[in-house]
Design a protein around this ligand. Sequence first.
Ligand SMILES: [Fe+2]
Length: 406
Amino acid sequence: MMKRFLTIACLFLVPMAIWGQEISTPTVKETPVQPSTVKLVCGPYLQNVTSDGFTVMWISDIDALGWVELAPDDGTHFYYVDRPKYYDMTGAGINPLSKIHTVRITGLQPGTRYRYRIMMKGLRAFNGERDITFTKPFGANVYTAKPPVVTTLKESYDKLHVAVVNDVHANAEGFRDLFKDSRGKFDFVVFDGDMTSVINEDTHMAVYVQPASELFADETPLYVVRGNHEFRGLFSRDWLKWFQTPTGMPYYTFQWGKYFFISLDSGEDKPDNDIEYQGMLSMDQYLYEESVWLKKVTESEAFKNASVRIVFSHIPPRLNDWHGNKNVCELFVPILNEAGIDLMISGHEHNYSISPVGTSNAKFPVLINDNLELMVLDIDGKTIDFKTSDTSGAQTHKGSFPIVKK
Ligand SMILES: [Fe+2]
């Protein structure tokens, strides 16, 4: 009898107790803390500037929808009219929600100045296309600060004033010293490899691209050459996401009027099977494919018609040296010898030197810039003049190379 009573009591009382508990202390469903703002982490910086367009890149702290507003440099206030908006086409028609923003602006006039500003809305919640919640919008301030100005490439140039730096190895302070007075000074800037040492996280851009953006790269075209250290670290696999090249590969060409430039990817410096790489490199196959591309470049009308031809290669050609030097000697130099090159500019050795014609298998001179030194080139139809300086601004070397008659 007692047992039956207890069973009935349990059947009624336990649910009532639970029900009562639910009434008296309702459970609060915990929602994750969502960001209310989106912040600019790096940028903007210019990539792939051509005569009819340019690419603006920047990085946000959280995934975001980004776009660029464009205005002519015609004296009107940026807020005068609604400015055309350009979105990130790397999503092929669906606007990306990402931290890396790559917005290309096209259909522009050559040799013309344009103002731009970057805009974005951070993603708070995505519950389907009809239910997306964004943070407060971020807009570059064009009320108290002047918007950056970019000039599209002209059809021709008499001379070029160019800066090259390499082997910075994540020294942000030294980088800032080298470029402290560089706003508006150069036609373009080249990072000739090993700007960082290991890419272990997606924040490495803060070390050299963010200073570059603050000092010049939001207005001055920037070209990036991959060095052997940019193959190292887990996030080195994403290297191409942070830059936009004309080919979509780390090797590419660019042209300023009669001046033709080739940016080579010279790869890693040791053999693929070296224990340091743990079987994660396929450099021999990759560099061979690049050499097939290079051959086609040198057969192009644009290359043949150019009066000045300069090659950037982080690793220089050296006979009987490391495997990286051997690759350059065997895969790229024979093609460049046949094609006719005025100068190769390299880094990698952390030592300034000039390798005159005949000191490797190259039939062109190779100029090697020291680490953490600014090399300034003045190029016209007759000579390539250069000066290098250290982080104190003191001049370290200078010289000149003749342009070879084509
Ligand atoms: Fe290097």
